[in-house]
Design a protein around this ligand. Structure first.
Ligand SMILES: Nc1nc2c(c(=O)[nH]1)N[C@H]1C(S)=C(S)[C@@H](COP(=O)(O)OP(=O)(O)OC[C@H]3O[C@@H](n4cnc5c(=O)[nH]c(N)nc54)[C@H](O)[C@@H]3O)O[C@H]1N2
Ligand SMILES: Nc1nc2c(c(=O)[nH]1)N[C@H]1C(S)=C(S)[C@@H](COP(=O)(O)OP(=O)(O)OC[C@H]3O[C@@H](n4cnc5c(=O)[nH]c(N)nc54)[C@H](O)[C@@H]3O)O[C@H]1N2
Ligand code: SF4
Ligand SMILES: [Mo]
Length: 741
């Protein structure tokens, strides 16, 4: 039977509304939903991947086990039993921390994964956990924690109302926005300019976003912190500091002024490659704009000074009174989240460095180690060595530094399990792969992205089709596997899920600080029904949330039932101010000069003396890629090969490299041979290679991707290169040499 389902695309953070047309279990088409109030019809080419992945013959549908004679399908129960036996054996012999976990990016797209992953982590009892966070937004979470008290209190640019948008190290025209959920970025940026606003892009490459900007300032990779300090220097020097309504909410102003005094534009200009006059001009324009927002993303995070740059982005917004104001950078108000109070609870210090990694002593943050420590924790013998690994929706072999070393390290594991829909460069090392249902087969809600969304929205996506027989959703796998690990394989999903609900409920209602103070956990429980799974938790989060019905019968507020009525999504308006309630620092103030960051500025000062003779490598996202894992979708890889090395004509001439020639690119860790694209898009001294390619390896089941293999830029990324404070991998600014191949 033909039907239309209205959903949010779950492939990136933009959450575009899509109309999925199906005929029973065939997907006929995926198109943009004109009636989605948030995205208004916008989609990107990746959305078609929703259809093609559904029908991809390479996608896994049953658990498979690696044997001496190849991969074999096995039953769910046999798979769970074997995994539990092996992980328990290893943990009994070597301790629970010999079993590590790695959580990949798509888990953020699936609220069931995120919530139920905690159950698995608890069942494993390990503290050795990694994720894609430390090649992504870790510095931003660290700085947010230090400035505002919570890792996820991340200011988001109010792109629809700003009049001056200063973008560093982000390419939202291609990435569609990150830590800024705003579907249809190209349209929103055009609208900004149409209303007389300005877009200024700071990027070593004239990116697709820079191409539609009023001004593009090419910057030497890794020097954003210097540029930002210079802006702050000018704010203080020229009397441009204005706190506005933030007056009285800010600590550390004098300390920041003193630090910025060391970084005048004239001093940082040669290192950043940005003229001092340009820096002063941006500072004046930013400070005098009616509403300005400074925003940094991967280029400011996944680099050597990621934490300082992330801090200073917020400092620039704060010093000019643009934090928490319309058109500035604001704290979103999620309709559904696991925080159930309007006022944040005071935190006692940052959850940072409470313990360290075994081999190099890298600090944990929020219970997680940086991924630059993963391979060495596996391949370095000794007490506490990782012997087993569970990966969940991650492909660290292609997505994290020195993928080749990690690839070899995975071979040394005693046991590995992957929860994943493909047998790819990482999961081919697993002993067992457990596949989850594909997005269209289960419901979804952009739970991770409500707290980063430029408008207050709520949209539930119903499944577009029934799951295939004998398949499992992520949350079911996580619960069932946990039950096996705990030696209780017979436990019912209902009883297991009751425990999950029982964990969350008492925090959600019944306390004076809750949105729903007057209802008890028991009363709320009775109103939530008996069907286990993430939907029930979503109902709880919506009802007990800021906009919820608070379990009042006939109440106007949100509940799952209510948002299901809005099939195209519900829009509750733009972001609203949240200060000071959202502050969770001990002082209940914005900490503009936290000690850890101030101390790290010493490292930045030393960098001023560096000579910048050699070439450095940066990354680049592409519209038809999604990190490493959508290259098996034929419509996304057709056409000319895209895994090319961009190089400036001046450098190409010097190295006698013509357009389309092949070059060997070498870093401390490895080398790749790749076709060259000579273009003045990229500044001299910098080369750019997209990540997520390099599919031509034995043992993967990726027929299309293998034929469009490309090379992995993370062969060149180095685990010795990281942000000195947070441990975030510096996959941008890698010293390389390039020669004709
Ligand atoms: N050089 C360089 N490296 C980078 C970056 C960069 O800019 N430059 N960017 C970094 C960033 S920001 C990120 S987020 C990371 C990503 O790092 P990872 O998350 O480790 O890698 P992905 O390529 O996103 O791989 C996602 C995996 O999830 C699987 N998957 C997809 N959908 C599902 C699902 O529904 N269920 C399950 N169980 N599995 C699924 C895919 O098959 C794939 O194995 O890469 C980082 N690496
Ligand atoms: N099409 C597509 N969309 C995606 C993804 C994808 O793979 N493909 N991935 C998704 C994910 S997981 C994420 S995290 C987001 C990322 O979203 P973005 O951060 O917007 O995406 P990037 O293209 O990585 O943009 C980084 C920019 O930083 C520049 N850059 C590199 N080094 C430096 C530096 O040192 N300083 C400055 N100022 N700039 C620098 C690069 O040239 C590049 O233009 O995108 C998401 N959306
Ligand atoms: S921009 Fe992101 S959410 Fe929108 S259609 Fe493309 S992949 Fe999907
Ligand atoms: Mo990411």
């Amino acid at each position: 039977m033909r039907k239309q389902t209205f959903r949010s695309c779950n492939l990136c953070e933009a959450t575009c509304g899509v109309v999925v047309e199906t005929d029973d279990d065939r997907v006929i088409s995926v198109r943009g939903d004109e009636d989605d109030p948030f995205s208004r019809g916008y989609i990107c080419p990746k959305a078609h991947g929703l259809k093609e992945i559904q029908h991809d013959p390479d996608r896994l549908r049953r658990p498979i086990r690696r044997t001496a004679t190849g991969w074999q399908e096995i039953s769910w129960n046999d798979a769970y039993a074997e995994i539990a036996e092996n992980l328990r054996r290893i943990s009994d012999r070597h301790g629970a921390n010999a079993v590590a976990t790695y959580l990949g990016n798509p888990t953020a797209q699936n609220y069931g994964s995120l919530i139920y992953y905690r159950v698995l982590a608890r069942a494993l009892g390990t503290k050795v956990r990694f994720s894609a966070t430390s090649v992504d937004q870790l510095p931003k979470t660290v700085s947010s924690c230090l400035l505002f008290g919570k890792p996820l209190s991340i200011p988001v640019p109010d792109v629809d109302r700003t009049t001056y948008f200063l973008v560093l190290g982000a390419n939202p025209v291609v990435s569609n926005g990150s830590l800024m959920t705003a579907p249809g970025m190209p349209r929103r940026l055009r609208a900004l300019r149409a209303r007389g606003g300005k877009l200024v892009v700071v990027d070593p490459r004239r990116s697709e976003t820079a191409q539609i900007a009023d001004r593009h300032l090419p910057i030497r990779p890794g020097t954003d912190a210097l540029f930002l300090f210079a802006l702050i220097h000018v704010f203080f020097q020229e009397g441009l500091v204005r706190f506005g309504r933030l007056e009285g909410m800010v600590n550390g102003i004098d300390k920041l002024r003193a630090l910025a005094a060391d970084f005048p534009p004239e001093l940082v200009s040669s290192r950043t490659a940005i003229a001092a006059d340009d820096i002063r001009r941006v500072a004046r324009e930013f400070a005098s704009a009616s509403a300005a927002a400074c925003y940094g993303r991967i280029g400011t995070c996944a680099q050597e000074f990621g934490s300082i740059a992330s801090w200073l982005v917020d400092a620039v917004n704060t010093l000019t009174g643009n934090l928490d104001r319309e058109g500035g950078a604001m704290f979103p108000s999620p309709a559904a989240s696991l925080s159930f109070s309007s006022k944040s609870r005071k935190e006692r210090g940052a959850p940072f460095g409470r313990w360290r990694s075994r081999v190099r002593g890298l600090p944990e943050f929020n219970g997680e180690l940086p991924v630059v420590a993963l391979a060495e924790e596996i391949d370095t013998p000794g007490q506490g060595q990782i012997k087993a690994l569970v990966t969940f929706a991650g492909n660290p072999v292609l997505s994290t530094p020195d993928g080749a070393r990690l690839d070899r390290a995975l071979d040394k594991l005693e046991y590995m399990v992957s929860i994943d829909i493909y047998r790819n460069e990482t999961t081919r090392h697993a002993n067992i792969i457990l596949p989850t249902t594909w997005a269209l087969e289960h419901e979804s809600y952009p739970f991770s992205f409500n707290p980063l969304s430029v408008r207050i929205v709520a949209k539930y996506s119903e499944p577009a089709m029934a799951p295939e027989p004998d398949s499992r959703e992520d949350w079911q796998i996580l619960l069932e596997l946990s039950a096996h690990l705990q030696g209780n394989p017979q436990a019912s999903i209902e009883s297991l899920d009751e425990l999950v609900l029982g964990d969350i409920l008492p925090r959600a209602v019944g306390h004076p600080h809750n949105f729903a103070p007057n209802i008890s956990a028991e009363q709320a429980r009775a109103k939530l029904g008996n069907a286990p799974g993430p939907e029930r938790l979503l109902d709880l989060m919506l009802r007990a949330g800021a906009f919820g019905d608070h379990f009042e019968d006939g109440g106007e507020g949100l509940s799952l039932r209510r948002i299901k009525e809005f099939r195209h999504g519900l829009d509750l308006g733009p972001m609203v101010p949240r200060l000071p309630g959202i502050l969770a620092t001990e002082s209940r103030k914005i900490e503009l000069a936290p000690e850890l960051l101030v101390a790290d500025a010493e490292r930045l000062r030393d960098s001023l003396a560096r000579d910048d003779a050699g070439l450095v490598l940066i990354g680049r996202r592409q519209l038809r890629s999604n990190n490493s894992w959508m290259h098996n979708v034929p419509s996304l890889v057709k056409g000319r090969p895209r895994c090319t090395l961009m190089i400036n004509p001046l450098d190409a001439d010097r190295l006698t490299l013509a357009n389309d020639a092949t070059a060997r690119v070498t870093s401390r860790t490895g080398s790749v041979v790749v076709a060259v694209a000579v273009t003045d898009e990229i500044m001299p001294g910098v080369v750019s290679l997209p990540h997520g390619w390099g599919h031509d390896v034995e043992g993967v089941q990726l027929d299309v991707a293998r034929r469009h293999a490309g090379v992995s830029s993370n062969t060149l990324a180095d685990m010795e290169l990281y942000d000195g404070l947070s441990g975030e991998a510096a996959v941008n600014g890698i010293p390389v040499s390039v020669e004709p191949a």
